[in-house]
Design a protein around this ligand. Structure first.
Ligand code: NAP
Length: 339
């Protein structure tokens, strides 16, 4: 069977290279999944450029997010059968409850093999059933981006409620899922983007207010004005140090910031964190989520018939082009590789 490997090249750079491989028999508690679609995340660019701490050593199958059909079950597998449509979890071993540092070793497409392959073996506890109304390609968009958005909005100190206001930074995978979930839950949503065209698309997807953060570098002031000088209840903070100071200005008293991303780097923000104290703000570090959260997300998506937004689909042979497309930043929502 074919798979891709994230492999160190002679010049020490990492590249995604096609590789022929004989997959071992699944263990007694494993299933074999015929992968039908994968999706890319910004993290996959970090892995490829060697910037991520939990990967970049090479010779790992890239991409965390994949979905397909079970083709074979191990002798002790009772919950699954051949023909079941499943998506794989981001963390192979984070099933439920609080995060534990040992789960880092099971982050697919980084610390352990991912899903950019025709077939993979997976422990039976590391997959979820695909909601019937979703295609396999749509389901392949969920494991990282959607679970992260769900965790940030719904699973921490103050879950999002009807009537809340949510601020989504940019129009990438996580932010567009957060927009869709927030609208489905009856929240008001402000979306920022570098592109007016993408903001138009965000309005079509339900955004109530939009701000072009290139044209309006002090976008926090615009958020403040658009919320009647109150601020937002939740920020989906995917930017990191370059955006966190303005996200702190944008959040309302008693609101929450889901600290998710590193689009502007990994350093400390150039700002005092004290406003978080005086405003009683919850700052939650979010690292994807557990299989249990994925299950709750799927129930919510099914109830509200949320349709993941696929920007563009590439074939398996075109996987390196899919990386380039994500890197270009031209996309809105998710970039998919379909087998
Ligand atoms: N902690 C976790 O578990 C977790 C999970 C998933 C993702 N992440 C992180 O979250 C971030 C987003 O990931 P993703 O996969 O959704 O990325 P993505 O699909 O590649 O989206 C990136 C988008 O972010 C926007 N953006 C870039 N720089 C920005 C800035 N300075 N201010 C506001 N928006 C900006 C751009 O939108 P426009 O083109 O509209 O401007 C860009 O298209 C990444 O840093 C990723 O590593 C973390």
């Amino acid at each position: 069977m074919k798979r891709y490997l994230l492999r160190k090249q002679d010049n020490e750079n990492l590249d995604v290279v096609l590789n022929e491989f004989e997959l071992s028999e699944p263990g007694p508690t494993d299933v074999r999944v015929r992968i039908e679609a994968c999706s890319l995340n910004y993290r996959d660019l970090l892995m490829k450029s060697g910037q991520s701490a939990s990967g970049g050593e090479g010779d790992v199958v890239p991409l965390s997010d994949g979905a397909g059909t079970i083709s074979f079950v191990g002798s002790n597998v009772t919950k699954w059968k051949a023909g079941d449509r499943v998506a794989l979890t981001f963390f192979q071993d984070w099933e439920e409850g609080r995060f534990d540092m040992r789960y880092h070793k099971s982050a697919r497409g980084g610390s352990c093999d991912g899903v950019l392959a025709e077939e993979v073996n997976a422990p039976q506890h590391s997959i979820v059933r695909i909601p019937d109304y979703l295609s396999t390609a749509e389901a392949a968009c969920l494991p990282c981006a959607a679970v992260t958005a769900w965790h940030g909005l719904m699973e921490r100190s103050r879950p999002m409620q009807e009537g809340d206001t949510v601020l989504c930074l940019g129009t990438g995978g996580v932010s567009i899922f957060a927009l869709q979930m927030a609208k489905a839950a009856g929240a008001k949503v402000i979306v920022t983007s570098s592109s007016d065209e993408k903001l138009e698309r965000a309005i079509e997807l339900g955004a109530d207010e939009t701000i072009n953060y290139r044209d309006t570098p002090e976008w926090d002031k615009a958020v403040f004005e658009k919320t009647g000088k109150r601020g937002v209840d939740h920020v989906i903070e995917v930017g990191g140090p370059g955006t966190l100071p303005r996200s702190m200005n944008s959040v309302a008293a008693g609101g929450s910031i889901a600290l998710i991303g590193v689009l502007t780097g990994f350093e400390a923000p150039d700002a005092s964190l004290f406003p978080l104290v005086t405003k009683n703000v919850d700052l939650s570090g979010i690292y994807v989520g557990s299989r249990e959260m994925f299950g709750r997300l799927n129930e919510f998506l099914t109830e509200h018939q949320v349709q993941p937004v696929i920007d563009r689909t590439f074939s398996f042979d075109e996987a390196p082009d899919a990386y380039r497309h994500l890197e270009s930043g031209e996309h809105l929502g998710k970039v998919v590789v379909s087998m």
